[in-house]
Design a protein around this ligand. Structure first.
Ligand SMILES: CC(C)(COP(=O)(O)OP(=O)(O)OC[C@H]1O[C@@H](n2cnc3c(N)ncnc32)[C@H](O)[C@@H]1OP(=O)(O)O)[C@@H](O)C(=O)NCCC(=O)NCCS
Length: 165
């Protein structure tokens, strides 16, 4: 298994993976897929954002991203965080056949380098209240702040303070 940053040439593989994961979801509200525009902006070389991909035999089987534009959340974030630098962890997807093998845990670990180089004060993560990913997020020491609506989807909002915040 190899983990690396996705580039514009991974765009088709990324959407293939997204479609497979979305089709297999037990509840379609669990995932808000990236739009083509968001993916193109993220995969560009000059983007501060990153999506890491896990590859097995050259096949993209899992992803996890770090996104720095969190303006969508300003209305629901506790006030004290508005003056600090935050980023969101998202696009947590593993192909159904590759789950429960620790792939997401490995991607979380691999993302640490990018989190550290972004000099962030806090991380945001959101999950549908019934999604198994709540377990993952809580295991990573995030604190549940509230339940809110995002783009019409119900989400638990989690925050993890890194330093300074
Ligand atoms: C959520 C998801 C990313 C987990 O990926 P994964 O590679 O199977 O996760 P891992 O094997 O690394 O397991 C991570 C932890 O979650 C637990 N876990 C994963 N799937 C689980 C399940 N179905 N039931 C219970 N626990 C589960 C593991 O036991 C592990 O816990 P541990 O660290 O305490 O041992 C994957 O199920 C998925 O792609 N789901 C569909 C897309 C989605 O809903 N993404 C999240 C959006 S917020």
């Amino acid at each position: 298994m190899k983990i690396r940053k996705l580039t514009p040439s991974d765009r088709d593989s990324f959407f293939e993976l997204t479609n497979t994961v979305v089709e297999a979801l037990e509840n379609k509200d669990f995932l808000i897929p990236m739009t083509k525009e968001e993916a193109d902006a993220t995969f560009r070389d000059d983007s501060e954002d990153v999506v890491l991909g896990a590859f097995i035999d050259e096949k993209l089987v899992a992803t996890l991203g770090l996104f720095h534009d969190i303006r969508d959340y300003y209305e629901v974030l506790p006030n004290k965080y508005l003056t600090f630098k935050g980023a969101e962890i998202g696009e947590a997807m593993v192909l159904p056949d590759f789950r429960r093998n620790g792939l997401m845990n490995q991607l979380v670990e691999a993302l640490q380098t990018y989190i550290q180089s972004s000099r962030l004060d806090y991380l945001l993560a959101t999950a549908h209240p019934d999604n198994v990913s709540n377990h993952l997020i809580q295991n990573a020491d995030f604190t549940l702040h509230k339940v809110f609506e995002r783009r019409g989807y119900t989400r638990n909002m989690y925050i993890k303070e890194l330093h300074r915040a």
